[in-house]
Every structure is written in structure tokens, then in C-alpha cells.
Design a protein around this ligand. Structure first.
Ligand code: TRP
Length: 442
């Protein structure tokens, strides 16, 4: 076992859960989940997404955390340390390591542009910018159509992300998240009660939770699988990094499950509120990437105290996105600090600048956002997850593999079976089916 030198640890068990959840909860939950659920027809897509969380997401969450915990280093270093005795270990570790860096860089570039849109709407809520008289939809359209405006907010968001990572002060942000994230849940609950009273809730629940399997396409399945990775921050070593700061092995399983459940609950809550607004207004669920930005501002305008809730909501959304963006940049920076011996400051500013540059291209050229999102969510993260699952299932020592189960042998055996067979097969099937190499059902 490779415990290495003593490494900084989380202050408390709850502190770790909240910090890891802070990295996981972000735009994926509030912005992305509702809009893809809307595009892919609701119910069946949501059910398949929940299936992916359970069969692929949770087992991989444990795998990444235990790899980080036992390896005690960045993703590449941890994987290499734990697979020394396996002939293919070093090569596969490099594959996963390089995919992690590429994933962090590519995801952050478009993530920051979307977070920038949230800043724009915060400014509107604060009264610093005027909403278009035709309402939120026109406001969003104008924002996306104005590359300079998107670029400005993207630059602001990248700047605050780089500053935190360069200074190595993410712990402070994560601690703040442990207060702010429950507030985000609180606001979503208030909005849920409000839409429960004003209407749309029944239609929303039916749309999200009544599956019609004829709606589920291979494209939808791949998107659901990819999103399970994206929303739980899996497939690119972010959770390996978090795991490397964990103190004891014994809680890894429970903590990982807690993070996954918290993340899922927030996404479902956001989706339920947003679709209630959509249906109450007689609109279409498939509005695309602008969904959260065109529905909630309209809700806030009609709601008593809406001005306050709008400010609070967009502030908390930006914070959630910030803590996720930090974890993305941190993976990239740690790689260059550990493997290329760069200084943290140079790595954070240098790589942050490159990411900012790609994000500028996204701000001015909308289709690039979809392209980067699809490339990473659908292929890079599931591909990276597949490699990590194979390493976790087949190359770790039994002792390393089962360290987080605290002697619960039945659970350990069940997990080993899942990570060896079910997870890789599920990921491979969905990828193959999408490539048209396999035809499952209708
Ligand atoms: N999970 C975050 C969200 O849902 C995004 C994110 C942060 C992420 N770190 C990641 C995604 C690492 C993949 C890998 O907003």
C-alpha cells in the first residue's frame, strides 16, 4: 500500500462530504440536467440517468475515492502507485491521467462561459443591467448573441477561478460551500412550494417521472450516461484528487454515496421547479441551454419577494459553479505541478489563460459550446471512467480495493462484481450502440 508522506486532510467527515459535494454540485445540476431532460423527453431519460447514477456513477465514485485515498497523490500518481505490479498499469494510468487533464481543460472552457451567463443574470437581479422589456427569453437571446458580453463575464469568472487555484485557497471556498449549498437547497425548496401553490407542479412531475420508453433514443442514453459522469465529477480524476485528502478508509463508501445522493436530489429539485414554470406558462420543455435562464427570471418577476430570491439564487448558482470550476482547474494544475514540476502559480495562470482563450472562442462562436460539451460529456468522461473502472476492478490489490468497506464483505464482493463487469459493460454498450455498432431494442 502506498500511503506516502502525510498529506493534508479534511477537518471532519462532514467537511469532506460537503466539499466533495461542492465540487460535484454545479451547473451540471441546475443548468444542464433540466435542459437535457427537456430535450430528451423527460421520464425515460430521467429513469435511465438514475440507473446510470446507481450502476455506473456510485461504484465509480467509490473507485475514484479509494484510489485517491490509497494512492495519496494526483490522479496519474495515485493510479501509477497502485498499479505497479500490473504489466498494463503504467500505460493505462497515463491514458487516464492524460484524459483527465484534457477533460478538465475542455470542460472548464465552456463551463466558464455558462457561469458567465449566470453572472449576467445576477447583475440583472441587482438592477445593474436592464432586462429586455420582452422578458427573460429575449434577454438571454441578446446575451448569447453578444459575444463581447459573454466574453466579459467569462473573463471575470475565469479570473476568480484562477486566483483561487493559484493561491491554493480552495479549502476556504469549499468551507463556504458547506454553508451556501444548503442555502441553495433551501431556495429550491421554497421555489418548489411556490410552484406547488401557483401551478405546473403536477405536469412537471409527470414529465420528469412518468417514463415513456419509446422516447429513449441511443443518443438520449449516451447523454444520460455522460451526464451521470459530468454531474458527479467522475471520469477525470477529480474525485481521486478529493480522495487523496481523505483521512480514514472506512467512510469512503458511505461518503461517496452521500455525495451522489445529494447531487442527484439537487438536480431533480431544480428540474421539478423549472418544468413547473415551463408548463404553467404553456411553453415547450425542449428550450435548450437557455432553459434555466429563461424560466427562472420570469418566475422571480411574478413571485412575491422575487427580487430577493433572484439575487440569492443567481449568487448561489455562481458560487456552486465557482467551486466546481475550481475543482476542474485544480485537476489540470496539479498534473503540471506534480508531473512537470511547474510552480503552482505558473501552472494556474498559464493553464488558466489557455482555458480562457478557448472559452473566448466559445463566447463568440456558440456551436463550439455544444461541440465541446458533447465531446467531453459523451466520450471523454465515459472513456476515462471505463479506464478507471478497469484499473479499479482488475489491477488494484484486494486490500486496496476493499479498504473502504470496513469489513462488510458482502458489499465488497458486490462492488467488485459491479466494477469489474457491470460498469465497464454498461459504458461500452452505450458507447457502441451510439456509434451504430450495436442495436439494442427498438
Ligand atoms: N460536476 C460539476 C457540475 O455538475 C462539474 C464538474 C466539476 C466536473 N468537476 C468536474 C465534471 C470534474 C467532470 C469532472 O457542475
Amino acid at each position: 500500500m502506498a500511503n506516502g508522506a502525510p498529506r493534508a486532510q479534511w477537518g471532519s467527515r462532514l467537511g469532506f462530504v460537503l466539499a466533495a459535494a461542492g465540487g460535484a454540485v454545479g451547473l451540471g445540476n441546475i443548468w444542464k440536467f433540466p435542459y437535457i431532460a427537456g430535450e430528451y423527453g423527460g421520464g425515460a431519460f430521467v429513469l435511465f440517468y438514475l440507473f446510470c447514477i446507481a450502476v455506473v456513477g456510485m461504484p465509480l465514485m467509490y473507485a475514484e475515492l479509494i484510489i485517491g485515498r490509497r494512492g495519496g497523490k494526483d490522479p496519474l500518481g495515485s493510479l501509477r502507485a497502485l498499479t505497479k505490479s500490473s504489466p498494463a498499469g503504467p500505460a493505462l494510468s497515463w491514458v487516464a491521467g492524460l484524459m483527465s487533464v484534457a477533460g478538465g481543460f475542455l470542460i472548464l472552457s465552456f463551463y466558464s462561459v455558462v457561469a458567465g451567463w449566470a453572472i449576467h443574470f445576477l447583475m440583472i437581479s441587482l438592477g445593474a443591467i436592464e432586462m429586455a422589456p420582452e422578458g427573460a427569453e429575449a434577454t438571454f437571446g441578446a446575451l448569447v448573441g453578444n459575444g463581447w458580453m459573454s466574453a466579459l463575464w467569462h473573463s471575470v469568472f475565469m479570473l476568480i477561478t484562477i486566483v483561487v487555484v493559484a493561491q491554493g485557497i480552495q479549502k476556504g471556498i469549499e468551507r463556504a460551500c458547506s454553508i451556501l449549498m444548503p442555502s441553495l437547497i433551501g431556495i429550491l425548496l421554497i421555489l418548489l412550494v411556490y410552484v406547488g401553490v401557483t401551478g405546473g407542479l403536477g405536469d412537471s412531475l409527470a414529465f420528469l417521472f412518468r417514463p415513456n420508453f419509446a422516447d429513449l433514443t441511443p443518443g438520449g442514453m449516451l447523454e444520460a450516461l455522460g451526464h451521470a459522469f459530468f454531474t458527479l465529477s467522475l471520469g477525470m480524476g477529480a474525485m481521486i484528487t478529493y480522495g487523496s485528502y481523505l483521512g480514514k478508509d472506512s467512510h469512503v463508501l458511505r461518503d461517496g454515496v452521500a455525495v451522489a445522493i445529494l447531487d442527484t436530489v439537487i438536480a431533480l429539485l431544480a428540474g421539478t421547479v423549472i418544468f413547473a414554470v415551463v408548463f404553467a406558462a404553456g411553453k415547450e420543455p425542449g428550450a435548450g441551454p437557455g432553459l434555466v435562464f429563461v424560466t427562472l427570471p420570469d418566475l422571480f418577476q411574478s413571485m412575491p419577494g422575487g427580487g430577493f430570491f433572484a439575487v440569492a439564487f443567481f449568487f448561489l448558482l455562481i458560487f456552486a459553479a465557482w467551486s466546481s470550476a475550481i475543482s476542474l482547474l485544480e485537476v489540470v494544475v496539479t498534473f503540471f505541478v506534480d508531473e512537470a514540476k511547474m510552480s503552482r502559480t505558473a501552472a494556474a495562470w498559464g493553464l488558466g489563460l489557455v482555458t480562457w482563450g478557448l472559452g473566448m472562442a466559445v463566447a463568440f462562436h456558440g456551436p463550439l459550446l455544444d461541440f465541446l460539451d458533447n465531446l467531453t460529456t459523451r466520450y471523454l468522461l465515459p472513456g476515462g471512467g471505463l479506464v478507471i473502472a478497469l484499473i479499479a476492478g482488475w489491477m488494484l490489490s484486494k486490500q486496496d480495493r476493499e479498504a473502504g468497506f470496513a469489513g462488510a464483505n458482502v458489499l465488497a464482493a458486490g462492488w467488485t462484481f459491479i466494477i469489474r463487469f457491470l460498469t465497464p459493460v454498461a459504458v461500452a454498450l452505450v458507447l457502441l450502440q451510439k456509434m451504430g455498432l450495436l442495436q439494442l431494442g427498438g
